[in-house]
Structure formats: structure tokens, C-alpha cells
Write a protein of this length. Structure first.
Length: 200
């Protein structure tokens, strides 16, 4: 689409000069991205879900310092979410993956035991199959699991990095992220359930 320029770019000796845009994106506030899910996948949470949950997080501006984006990604067969720090830009990204449309799947007994509290909280039906546990997710329980556990876990990695001496490494790793997720879930789940119940 053609439109007239409002200002002419600077030109020196016939060469258009670059503008000085060297401001980190995170310095302007985080952005929310949504990718089209891969075939056979679907997003368990919406952009509105993410914004609503962020509004429930105490001291959000403090814990989100340097967070460039939250991305609803196209899908993964190996991860529900992940955290990435970009050292050159000093910004970070949290990714929440789309899920397979087949919402019932098996997890190990160890995984089920470690996540028993959150599974009970969201009302997830489960079936013991000996070596494995069948998790019978619905769209609603998957949404609650992503917002009350996966997102807080990845945010925990971000907070871990911010609190490290060099602010580059997540030194305390998975244990810290899991503990952060459990604590944040304890502080936000009642308001979250009220919110989604009101919109049902």
C-alpha cells in the first residue's frame, strides 16, 4: 500500500542515513506474540488469558524487568514452554507452546507425583496404568495448567536470572523455577478461577 512519508529521511552525499533505534524492545514494555499452530496442534491459552493472568501477578513490573516478549508458539512434541535469554540485547523471552489436539496422554509416575498438587488443584482426571499415569486433560484444565504452572515456571527462570549476580545465568535452575511456580500459583489461583468462571 502506498502512503506519503511524513518526514524525509536524512540524506548525506546521496546516502540515506540510518535512524538511531538502538533502544531495547524490553525497555518499551513486553509484547505478546501468537503463531499459527502446526497441523494437529492448538493453543491452550489465548492472548487474553495471558494478559488477564499477568494482571493477577503481584509486583509484575518488577519480576518482568527485561522481559521482551511472551510468545504463543506453533507447537512442540517435547516441551510445554521454555525460557530464553538474549545476552547481546539483555532481554528475555517466554514461550508457551501449542499442544497436540489429542489432550489425553501418559506421563511417568515420577512426573505425576511431582505435579500432583497442581493436577489436583485444576481437577485433572487421572488413571494409574502401572508404570505410567494417563492424564485426561480437557481444554479448560489444559488452559489452567498452562497459566497456573507452565507460565509461572518459565517466569521463575526469568526471576532466577534477574536475581543472579551477573544477571546472565539461571543459577538455581529447575528447582527454583518449580518452587517459584508453586508459590505464584498459591497466590493467584483463587482469583484466576473466579475470572475464568465469570467468563464461562
Amino acid at each position: 500500500m502506498h502512503y506519503p512519508r511524513r518526514t524525509a529521511p536524512g540524506v548525506k552525499n546521496g546516502v540515506v542515513q540510518k535512524k538511531n533505534n538502538h533502544v531495547f524492545t524490553a525497555a518499551r514494555g513486553w509484547t505478546l506474540e501468537r503463531e499459527t499452530p502446526w497441523k494437529g496442534f492448538r493453543h491452550m491459552v489465548s492472548a487474553r488469558n495471558v494478559r488477564d493472568y499477568v494482571d493477577l501477578i503481584p509486583e509484575w513490573d518488577e519480576v518482568a524487568e527485561g522481559l521482551e516478549s511472551i510468545c504463543l508458539s506453533a507447537g512442540s512434541s517435547s516441551a510445554d514452554g521454555w525460557y530464553k535469554y538474549h545476552p547481546r540485547e539483555h532481554t528475555s523471552r517466554i514461550v508457551l507452546e501449542a499442544w497436540s489436539k489429542e489432550l489425553w496422554f501418559e506421563v511417568s509416575q515420577d512426573h505425576a507425583k511431582a505435579h500432583e498438587a497442581i493436577f489436583d488443584l485444576i481437577g485433572l482426571p487421572r488413571e494409574d496404568r502401572g508404570e505410567y499415569v494417563l492424564c485426561r486433560f480437557s481444554h479448560a484444565t489444559a488452559r489452567d495448567y498452562v497459566m497456573l504452572h507452565i507460565f509461572p515456571h518459565e517466569l521463575g527462570h526469568h526471576v532466577d536470572r534477574l536475581r543472579s549476580k551477573n544477571q546472565v545465568e539461571c543459577r538455581r535452575g529447575e528447582d527454583f523455577a518449580e518452587a517459584f511456580a508453586l508459590d505464584l500459583c498459591d497466590r493467584t489461583h483463587a482469583a484466576w478461577f473466579d475470572l475464568v468462571r465469570d467468563r464461562a
